[in-house]
Design a protein around this ligand. Structure first.
Ligand SMILES: *Cc1c(COP(=O)(O)O)cnc(C)c1O
Length: 226
């Protein structure tokens, strides 16, 4: 079942790229395997998937130990400062950096482990009270502060769009973040690159791709409901 659903998502990703005149190689599909067993991850792995997303540090630790070494694990959920040291040597990218204090903690642990850590800044584009992330107007100052941390490398931005009935309702959210991302890129801040735009989930990844996402995080449409 995972195989069929995965293929469906992969072909929709490709079609969305073509509609938008984009090269499908520009978009990475992250299979969000949170709460799902290793057997299902294995099925996606056998289909060639190497990027998996998890929202809990404990699950990354356990699944990484159980799975092949060439998997790239993405930390996509809210990260507590006391969990940083467990995850920085296991995740290739932390999508959910939502405070300067968290970035400082990553710097501290990265120094101890002699690591460089790639992160995205999470942005609460739609200003939802229930969501983590920087407000758009806070992102530039946060990026400037975090850029001073030698072991922490901002690679781009991430957002979790509102839950909506019709994915078209989120187009404006994705457009807004894409415009901001292009603007941030043009500032050429030292130690900040803007090559990753992580946006789009099961309900709206096609719209996100049309609006410029370079990574989409898809769980339910591949692995079924949780
Ligand atoms: C769970 C989750 C996803 C995937 O959501 P689906 O709707 O199941 O595709 C994507 N991003 C984040 C941050 C998540 O926590």
């Amino acid at each position: 079942m995972v195989k069929e659903q995965l293929r469906e998502v992969q072909s929709r990703v490709k079609e969305a790229c073509l509609r938008a005149g984009r090269d499908p190689k520009e978009v990475t599909l992250i299979a969000v395997s949170k709460t799902k067993p290793v057997a299902m991850i294995q099925e996606a792995y056998e289909e060639g998937v190497r990027d998996f997303g998890e929202n809990k540090v404990q699950e990354i630790v356990e699944k990484k130990a159980a799975m092949e070494d060439d998997i790239r694990w993405h930390m996509i959920g809210h990260l507590q400062r006391n969990k940083v040291k467990q995850v920085i040597d296991k995740a290739v990218l932390i999508h959910s950096v939502d405070s300067i204090r968290l970035a400082e903690q990553i710097q501290e642990e990265a120094e101890k482990k002699d690591l460089d850590v790639d992160i995205l800044l999470e942005v609460n584009v739609a200003r939802e009270e229930s969501k983590y992330g920087f407000m758009l107007e806070e992102v530039l100052d946060a990026a400037l502060a975090i850029s001073k941390l030698s072991r922490v490398h901002i690679r781009g931005l991430m957002t979790i769009a509102p839950f909506v009935e019709n994915s078209e309702e989120n187009r404006k959210v994705f457009k807004k973040l894409f415009e901001f991302y292009v603007d941030m890129k043009s500032k050429n801040i030292d130690n900040v690159s803007m090559d990753v735009l992580s946006m789009g989930m099961s309900g709206d990844y096609e719209v996100a791709i049309e609006e410029g996402a370079t990574m989409v995080r898809v769980g339910t449409s591949i692995f079924g409901s949780r």
